[in-house]
Write a protein that binds this ligand. Sequence first.
Ligand code: PFF
Length: 454
Amino acid sequence: MDSETKRSSFTGKIGFILAAAGSAVGLGNIWRFPYLAAKYGGGIFLLVYIILSITFGFALMVAEIAIGRKTQQSPLGAFRALDKRFSWVGILATIIPVLILPYYSVIGGWVTKYMFGFMAGSMGDMANDAYFGDYIGKVGEPIVWFVAFIAITTLIVIFGVQKGIEKVSKVMMPMLVVLMLFIVIYSFCTLDGAWAGVVYYLKPDFSHFSIMTVVAAMGQLFYSMSLAMGIMITFGSYMKKDISIEKSTHQIEIFDTGIAFLSGLMIVPAVFAFSGGNESALGKGPGLMFITLPKIFNTMPGGAVIGAIFFMMVLLAALTSAISLMETVVAVVMDKLKLKRWSACLLVFGACLLLGLPSALGFSAWANVKILGMQFLDLFDFISNSILMPIVALATCIFVGFILKPKPLVEEAELSGKFKAKKLFEIMIKWIAPVCILAILISSVLDVFGIVKI
Ligand code: PFF
């Protein structure tokens, strides 16, 4: 850390939780969770996700925050400070945001486009089935919105006005929750066939279970809670010693999972209502939210205004997450290349444009280019979520469980009082999590290379 980025502390408990929640709650909850839940079996996916969240997710988040607070360093320095042989974990963790930010911005661009679309009165068009596919199939426009999203993020990071954004999001997040609740209730009361979707989403059906359900749920867990990529280590390094790591983790977890749950409830039943429960509609993937929501708004009185407000809040949630992704990368670039903030920001901006372009073009000009059967956006998503994050998570567990031993981290967590789930933490981090992560990692690799179909 150089003098320009002197490590400061969050002003208090609420400051820490809000910043961490701002990073955690984003497109992962609102865009990614519902399409995975729809695709991977509804209720059974939800059940697996919740179990993983209160076991793995909890243990990993406590470990990461405690590592950060104990070493007072970002991931790059933290692993090196604790054991030189594990420096590579810090490096890998730092690479992950570099891979995520570009394609995250492509989707951020879609959200921006939809917000302006509602404002400009194109709701009727956007409610058509073919609209989204036609839109991302164009070469020019999606790129313009992608560049706009990444430019806004960069400007915020250059001028260091994150604090202002956090203040706005403090007000907007509760509003987003209320709006989502309203949309859920509205669809249940007015859309025929939504109930079948509620059953699909809430009732675990074991015949829909496959290893891919667990692979997808675990990748989503890391992504949604900003785990296994060093973010929580960085946040932990800013956290004051008298704040309870355990309680904060629970709060972030509940908030993050709550919003994801609500997004699923908003989108999955509506998919049923509009498609008559057609399986192919459930498997729509990344476009699901953009195809389904305009249809709901289109049936609502005042839907254009409500839709515009909704997408504005989603954009804000996406921005707070993108800012935390960019800030981590910029901090490393400043440190390593000894650059000033604005030059580091411009460098990261340029790299993002280059890396994001294939994801943006993957639905239009480069639609025929497939690697391992995936378009670029899916490929970046797969490499980061299903390969690199499990590797970092596994290495973190082995490191904490056997090299460092859980004790120093338990002591760190106990600085602010009793650590109630200490036993769960120790058993999870040492035994259950590493074995499961390894099994999942191997099966997802075998699956994608077509060696075993799971
Ligand atoms: N957790 C964010 C989301 O759910 O949208 C995505 C994310 C943000 C991941 C920041 C990682 C990160 F550092």
